[in-house]
Design a binder for this molecule. Structure first.
Ligand SMILES: CC(C)(COP(=O)(O)OP(=O)(O)OC[C@H]1O[C@@H](n2cnc3c(N)ncnc32)[C@H](O)[C@@H]1OP(=O)(O)O)[C@@H](O)C(=O)NCCC(=O)NCCS
Length: 168
């Protein structure tokens, strides 16, 4: 597997990926609403990601399998050059989960954050109901910084969470 930057030509594959995995993702992270899952919604989303990338605020990447099929997404957001920090997020297709791929993808984006973006700190947020994601962070050297009350609303349930930090 490998990660690479999102491109405008990824729109059809990205739409299929998001549609195929909507119910799976919504078990763990906030729902994006029906408008996101339309051609226009995905085009607008990709434009926003690429504009933020050009402005140096985001590193939006795809996780690809060995045949170059899209199996996940991994992003650095809110890149702050002055503070040398960013927030990390990632999602694997349900069919690709449970094989260690998120762990490797996080390892690869941390290398990019340090070597290409010169960042010194990465923050990540996980709900208490997502032990697999917490484990991915622990395996990549993240340390629990603090618990966060009422961090996220998932399927109508307000969940507490954890704030993790990795120093690069
Ligand atoms: C969370 C997610 C990224 C994990 O991806 P993955 O490729 O399956 O992760 P990995 O296989 O690299 O590692 C998962 C680890 O969690 C462990 N794990 C899985 N389920 C677990 C559970 N219920 N309790 C404790 N540990 C668990 C695995 O055993 C593995 O650890 P190990 O290598 O020590 O055995 C993926 O399930 C996903 O995309 N979920 C939906 C979206 C999401 O939750 N994104 C993260 C938001 S913070």
């Amino acid at each position: 597997m490998k990660i690479r930057i999102l491109q405008a030509t990824d729109i059809p594959a990205l739409m299929q990926f998001e549609l195929d995995n909507r119910a799976w993702f919504e078990q763990f992270i906030y729902g994006r609403g029906d408008a996101f899952y339309t051609r226009q919604g995905i085009v607008q989303h990709v434009e926003e990601c690429l504009n933020h990338f050009k402005a140096g605020l985001m590193y939006p990447a795809l996780i690809l399998d060995d045949g170059d099929a899209m199996i996940g997404r991994i992003n650095l957001r809110h890149i702050d050059k002055e503070k040398s920090r960013a927030d990390l997020g990632y999602r694997l297709a349900s069919r690709a989960a449970g094989r260690g791929l998120a762990t490797v993808a996080v390892q690869q984006i941390l290398q990019h954050a340090r070597n290409e973006l010169s960042l010194a700190q990465i923050d990540a947020y996980v709900t208490v109901d997502n032990p697999a994601s917490s484990r991915v962070l622990s395996k990549n050297g993240f340390r629990l910084q603090q618990s966060v009350k009422e961090m996220s609303v998932i399927n109508g349930l307000t969940l507490d969470g954890y704030h993790y930090v990795r120093t690069l």
